[in-house]
Design a protein around this ligand. Structure first.
Ligand code: SF4
Length: 485
């Protein structure tokens, strides 16, 4: 297997610069072939896939809707848990079969799993041609050209070309997202504001796959969001692995709270969300910005992971249960009606019955609007994978099921309690299940189905005041109360 250092626009300046200039100054190259992207994982990965698609189109490739119709298949992977990795290997098996009938196909594994598992992928999936770590979107078309050129050279054994970030200095090689130029109009857009993570929680692979923290300059982010607003975007979600660490290390320091206020001043942006903040750096100025900036939505996703101090220490989370609780109370006091969602991990090494019960009790008291709940899965290379006291799978699943039942009951109760209230809904389009309804989200991020307003169709992009008539586990149903002028 051959490892190479990053090249092209990532060297000698801001990564992605060359590609951005090319986008603005060159016309589209001639058709080179077709591509398809499969994406697993978080919103950051979804945004990375969008960038990959733009760079591929810029290089002359055309997107198609099915992997079997594509000349190039890009798998943008996630390695936070075992399950998405298993799905990738299973998909690679299917693609190997497809490649027998389409031997010209190029298969590329990109993203976090590529970074963490390059050797293993090369061993288990010999049909893979290319392995590319995160932050290399602008360079993928040229890597593909190299693969195709090498196929023309007789006698070369088939080995995947591997392009990882390991050899790059922190921040170097990160691809700066394209501005709105060339993006399809989106009502709701993701905007990465920082990359990587310096926290090193003992269970998490992210610092190993996405590298050290680095923030984008505030003026660049504001320019991108202005362009999005001009193109029709009404809501932005600011992305970062620990998004409230934003600004550290920038030559001109801008805090996350300042960034929220700057974006709050952009005309046309009605809603600002962010994910995921870390409880440790959730400062008073961020709470004040949520309370005071009208566009910042009343929804905070605040990962808890566990509600036992000894477990939190072993996880290296950097806060105590009391500190998290106090933050939750201050947030709820400063931002009336705020919806709080969370992440909870069950079965971390050494988790006892009593510690699990403490987490259950905390969930009863905290009454989160919703939670992303999952069983701990060991990640190779992380300290927790080597810890003693690994919890048997059966116990993890029992605990997970008990927590899901508890949280589902709470989510349903909270949503039912909203019946009769009026909520502002940003309409995103027709409901997929009922063509007499449109679907959108409240400011508190509740999925809401809105009965059509008689003959007056409600269009995507409208902000509608909706009186809630039903509340259930997954969201709300309501009728329009008043339409914006
Ligand atoms: S804060 Fe912890 S869990 Fe979150 S990305 Fe960083 S290391 Fe992973």
């Amino acid at each position: 297997m051959q490892y190479t250092v990053p090249r092209g626009p990532a060297r000698g300046g801001r990564a992605g610069e060359g590609a951005q200039i090319a986008l603005e100054s060159e016309t589209m190259e001639t058709q080179r072939g077709t591509f398809h992207i499969l994406t697993w994982g978080c919103q950051m990965n979804e945004d990375d896939s969008e960038q990959m698609a733009l760079f591929m189109e810029q290089a002359g490739y055309q997107m198609v809707g099915a992997a079997c119709d594509a000349d190039v298949v890009l798998l943008n992977t996630c390695s936070v848990r075992r399950k998405p990795e298993d799905k990738v290997y299973s998909k690679l098996g299917e693609l190997a079969e497809a490649k027998r009938f389409h031997p010209h196909m190029v298969i590329a594994v990109c993203g976090c799993m590529a970074e963490a598992e390059a050797e293993e992928i090369g061993r288990r999936a010999p049909s893979v041609d290319l392995i590319v770590g995160p932050g290399r979107a602008s360079e993928i078309p040229s890597y593909i050209e190299d693969v195709l050129a090498n196929r023309q050279r007789p006698g070369l054994p088939h080995r995947p070309a591997v392009h990882l970030d390991r050899s790059a200095a922190p921040g170097e090689g990160a691809t700066v997202p394209l501005r709105a130029v060339g993006r399809p109009v989106k009502l709701r857009a993701y905007v990465p504001v920082m990359y990587g993570c310096d926290r090193y929680c003992t269970f998490c692979i992210v610092p190993l796959t996405r590298g050290k923290e680095r923030s984008r300059p505030a003026d660049e982010i504001v320019r991108e969001i202005r362009s999005l607003a001009l193109a029709g975007t009404r809501e932005v979600t600011l992305l970062g692995q620990t998004v409230n660490s934003y600004g550290r290390g920038l030559p001109e320091r801008t805090s996350f709270a300042q960034l929220l206020r700057m974006i709050g001043d952009i005309p046309g942006i009605e809603r600002i969300r962010f994910t995921s903040p870390h409880p440790r750096g959730f400062t008073e100025d961020v709470i004040a910005a949520i309370a005071e900036v009208p566009a910042v939505c009343e929804h905070v996703h605040l990962p808890l992971q566990a509600a036992d101090d000894a477990l939190l220490r072993r996880m290296r989370r950097g806060y105590t249960v009391e500190r998290y609780w106090n933050l939750l109370c201050r947030l709820r006091e400063a931002v009336p009606g705020v919806a709080v969602t969370t992440d909870i991990m069950l079965g971390f090494p050494g988790e006892t019955d009593a510690q699990f019960e403490a987490t259950m009790e905390f969930v009863r008291r905290a009454r989160f609007d919703a939670a992303f709940m999952f069983a701990y899965s060991p990640r190779r290379g992380t300290p927790a994978a080597e810890m003693e006291g690994q919890v048997p799978h059966r116990i993890k699943i029992e605990r997970l099921n008990a927590l899901i039942a508890l949280q589902n009951g709470i989510s349903e109760e909270i949503n039912r309690s909203l019946v009769g209230t009026v909520q502002e809904v940003l309409v995103e389009g027709r409901s997929s299940r009922n063509d007499r309804r449109v679907t959108g989200h409240t400011r508190t991020f509740k999925t809401t189905h809105v009965e059509m307003d008689g003959p007056n169709a409600i269009r995507a992009g409208e902000l509608v005041s909706v009186r809630v008539t039903e509340g259930g586990l997954t969201g709300l149903v309501g009728v329009p109360e008043r339409r914006e002028a």
